[in-house]
Unconditional design. Structure first.
Lengths: 213, 454
């Protein structure tokens, strides 16, 4: 996975509803394999298509409008990405080409999934998001600032998320550098809380229900 | 210094403070299911990464399994069988304890984890499932994560986490008859919004919470994610220890002083606090497309977002009670445990659901719940009332592309999400307690369970 483009300029596609949920971003029926790919086509399927089976487009949906088709930036309302933890929502957005989402707030699991997949979640006040929506914006990750016309808007990001997006870091690789600390902690904890580790493991029980003929 | 229960668990699990301000938090338990867990296991295999401690990782088939009797790996969802067979193979290769399709311990992840004693007070437990917060009812720090984080937890035994803020939600007073934990949490979300808990771990406390049994506490914590909280948690007490003692993966007893210390200290400071008067609550039903669009059953639909009114087909000002229905669902990690089924059955006993109801399902939360219900004759009550009686699984809490409600249905559902299309394209969902679902199925319209109490 590549790091975040620096800088990123594009149209902020307006999707200003509150509580946009991950079922809408990628419906369960569009999650057809255990892989992380092949999801962009199903992204926002209930809104994007007038008929999800034939994929005939709903012209009213923002990303079907010529000026926003293929946008890398979404401008959204509050609690964006609420609901199911499915990372498929973020994989679908990333595969489509979304690089940044500007919202008034994010649901926590979704936001964390964004960072792990190098999509930049930017939280700004509602008045600012509404002012940006539908306009070209430039996002400068290094400066943690966004510009729209002659207006500049700073935003905040946790130090670690900033590093990860900037350098495309893998969280597991980073944490494995702490292996010695984890080992030491576990050794001490095993003595303090043996019940966490010493699990009796009952044998699997036989099948209980007959199969349908 | 006085600390919250959350802080005690967090501090005890902090392996390191990371340079950027986050903490490296040890994870005691990981639970996977076939819908999102397989993706994590597949990536781990692809990256040649091993599990740090497979004995502390568990998996279950619940999300897309067939719930019709006599099931195998086949699913009504096209391609669903691949999720099941891949998950099974990946669990076997990794040495993970799997509760397979026809294992007698199978059930919805958040129902079977307590049944098996996998969740314990004071542990950290994560699962790639947003409703993992359910398990906070046992005094665990349990929260939902993505597949990448699940992979991180399995490989490293830790997660990199920003410390959340804390919120205390106190329910004072006594809950009136006919009002349940489901109504309590819906009332909280209705009052403070679907984003009301954002950034916080919510500790549920107060007299009305202490009075709840463990199953009701699970219902309360279950919808912390609908409040946008990282999770919910309830301090363990005698009920908690009694429930867990001697379960297959749990300690035989909880008498050691350690367990008694898992409470927020008297003077512990929370970053936010909310008080709800439980004695003033009524049965709650959602009217719109977010859990925050919820009102007492006696109320009229308020003015909300135009889109929500359009989708649900109810204008502002109408009475919610009496809205005609044609589908009913009792199940999900919110309300599918034996006490939920008992309360719904008490309303249905000796009665028939309305002919207007074209599809009515009861899906027990686990095979253990199913067996217990059958031992009590509840299956007969449901079947005689006109409900289908199913094997356990998540079923129609969400539409996966297989089984669905009849086109254009308006459903009353004991689930947790009334999103557009959640239970199928165009399906309109009203979420409520199991007794409200039962009463409404009898009436063929949204109905007050108190009118059907015996």
């Amino acid at each position: 996975m590549s790091a975040f483009p620096q800088p990123l300029t594009g149209m902020a596609a307006p999707l200003l509803r509150d509580n946009v949920d991950t079922d809408t971003i990628i419906p369960s029926r569009e999650m057809r394999s255990t892989g992380r790919t092949g999801l962009a086509d199903g992204m926002f399927a209930p809104w994007r298509y007038s008929d999800a089976d034939t994929r005939s487009e709903n012209p009213d949906f923002v990303l079907n409008q010529p000026e926003y088709r293929g946008s890398a930036i979404l401008a959204a309302g509050s609690n964006f990405g609420c609901g199911s933890s499915r990372e498929h929502a973020v994989w679908a957005l990333a595969e489509y080409g979304i690089k940044a989402i500007i919202a008034t707030s994010f649901a926590p699991i979704f936001r964390s999934n964004c960072i792990r997949n190098f999509i930049l979640p930017i939280t700004l006040d509602r008045a600012v998001v509404e002012a940006l929506a539908g306009h070209e914006v430039t996002i400068d990750l290094a400066a943690l600032a966004l510009t729209c016309g002659d207006q500049g808007y700073p935003f905040t990001l946790e130090v670690e998320a900033h590093e990860m997006l900037t350098h495309g870091l893998d969280a597991i690789d980073l944490t494995l550098q702490q292996a010695a600390a984890i080992d030491a902690w576990t050794l001490a904890d095993r003595a303090a809380r043996p019940w966490v580790y010493d699990l009796t493991r009952p044998a699997p029980t036989p099948q209980q229900e007959p199969a349908r003929p | 210094m006085a600390r919250t229960l959350f802080a005690k668990i967090w501090d005890a699990h902090r392996v390191a403070s990371l340079p950027g301000g986050a903490d490296l938090i040890a994870i005691d338990r990981v639970f996977l299911h076939e819908r999102t867990g397989a993706a994590a296991l597949a990536r781990m295999a692809e990256m040649s990464r091993a599990l740090r401690d497979p004995a502390r990782v568990f998996a279950v088939m619940d999300h897309i399994v067939d719930t019709r009797p006599g099931r195998g790996d086949g699913t009504l969802m096209k391609g669903g069988e691949g999720f099941i067979t891949e998950t099974r193979a990946a669990c076997k290769a990794a040495g993970i304890t799997l509760f397979d399709v026809n294992d007698e311990r199978q059930g919805i992840v958040h129902v079977i984890s307590p049944e098996q004693g996998i969740v314990l007070p004071g542990v950290t437990l994560v699962a790639p499932d947003s409703h993992t917060c359910t398990q906070g009812a046992f005094g665990a720090l349990a929260w939902g994560i993505g597949s990448s984080e699940a992979e991180h937890a399995m490989v490293t035994g830790t997660l990199r986490m920003e410390r959340p803020r804390t919120m205390r939600v106190e329910f004072t007073g006594d809950v009136p008859a006919g009002v349940t934990a489901k109504d309590m949490v819906l009332a909280l979300i209705a009052a403070h919004g679907a984003g009301g808990g954002a950034g916080h771990v919510v500790e549920f406390a107060g007299k009305a919470v202490r009075a709840l049994d463990m199953e009701a506490r699970m219902t309360l914590c279950n919808m912390a994610t609908e409040f946008s909280a990282m999770t919910g948690i309830i301090a363990p007490d005698a009920k908690t220890f009694e429930y867990l003692a001697g379960r297959p993966f749990a300690p035989a007893d909880f008498t050691a002083p350690y367990w008694q210390e898992l409470v927020s200290d008297q003077d512990a400071a929370f970053d936010a606090a909310i008080t709800m008067d439980a004695s003033q609550l009524a049965p709650m039903v959602s009217w719109g497309t977010s859990p925050e669009h919820t009102i007492p059953i006696t109320a009229t639909v308020p003015q909300g977002p135009a889109r929500a009114h359009d989708y649900i087909g109810l204008p502002a000002g109408v009475l919610l009670a009496g809205t005609p229905l044609n589908a009913a669902f009792i199940g999900s990690c919110t309300n599918s445990r034996i006490s939920d089924l008992r309360r719904a059955a008490a309303i249905l006993k000796g009665r028939r659901i309305s002919p207007a109801i074209q599809k009515a399902l009861v899906v027990p939360g686990s095979m253990a719940v199913k067996r217990q219900a059958e031992a009590e004759g509840l299956d007969t009550v449901f079947k005689e009332a006109g409900f289908e009686w199913r094997m356990s699984g998540c079923s129609l809490c969400f539409y996966a592309g297989g089984e669905g409600f009849p086109e254009g249905s308006r459903a009353i559902s004991s689930t947790n999400r009334n999103f557009e299309g959640r239970q199928g394209p165009g399906i309109r969902t009203h979420i409520a307690s199991p007794e409200t679902v039962a009463a409404s199925a009898l009436a063929g319209a949204i109905a007050d369970p108190r009118d059907y109490a015996r």
